[in-house]
Design a protein around this ligand. Structure first.
Ligand SMILES: Cc1ncc(C[n+]2csc(CCO)c2C)c(N)n1
Length: 214
């Protein structure tokens, strides 16, 4: 079995709990309450800084130019002005300026920030890849429901299409292949380090979905 599938299998219970989560059911139905959506997006917006820093470490530690280019292009895409979803959603949901810029961080959000920081601090390409792969692949997993109709409100619909479009899908496919390639070339101890980062990330993804309803 490929390294990425092995890791997913090891975390199958938490992974599936995310894919089948109440939030996922409600967003496809267009029924996430504005309060829940506000909390979700305000916390999620606090990821991007650490995420881009982690991408930077993946660029620095990758073992080949081709991989650096792929990450650099992805970083350019997600940091360009083109992605205005958060701004438009914050306006539509009436999220106050302070809540957008400096919300009180919840435990899962702080946990993700620490996870991304730790993965970057490892200066280990496989560990950076493990965290990036969970953040992307798990989101593709819940959002990818071929044939399912989109909800009418853009706040719901675009959060789905951001995570199931062809560009995103091909990036996830590439990321998994990269993790498989590096995993196959790594010693058992290095694979175990990456596996621990992968597990921490899946656990936090589930906690993040759960906590917006608490
Ligand atoms: C809790 C949580 N986990 C994963 C993602 C997905 N994700 C994180 S960064 C990134 C790239 C830029 O969009 C993507 C797709 C998320 N949004 N929130």
């Amino acid at each position: 079995m490929s390294f990425s599938n092995e890791l997913r299998q090891e975390n199958a219970q938490d992974w599936q709990a995310c894919v089948d989560h109440r939030f996922v059911r409600e967003i496809f139905a267009g029924e996430v309450s504005p309060d829940v959506m506000r909390r979700y997006l305000a916390q999620d917006y606090q990821f991007i800084d650490g995420f881009v820093a982690l991408l930077g470490m993946a660029i620095a530690t990758a073992d080949r130019f081709e991989s650096r280019i792929r990450f650099a292009q992805f970083a350019a895409m997600i940091t360009s002005d083109e992605n205005t979803y958060f701004q438009r959603a914050f306006v539509a949901l009436g999220v106050p300026e302070a809540e957008r810029a400096h919300p009180v961080l919840t435990a899962p959000t702080a946990g993700f920030q620490a996870l991304m920081k730790d993965a970057a601090a490892s200066r280990d390409y496989a560990s950076c890849l493990a965290v990036l792969t969970v953040a992307e692949w798990l989101y593709l997993s819940w959002a990818d429901r071929p044939g399912e109709e989109l909800p009418p409100d853009f706040v719901h619909a675009e959060w789905i299409t951001l995570h199931n479009n062809d560009g995103f899908r091909s990036f996830v496919t590439w990321l998994r292949g990269e993790l498989d390639r590096i995993g196959a070339a790594s010693a058992p101890a290095a694979r175990a380090d990456a596996a621990a980062f992968f597990r921490r990330a899946v656990t936090l993804e589930r906690a993040f979905f759960d906590h917006i309803y608490e």
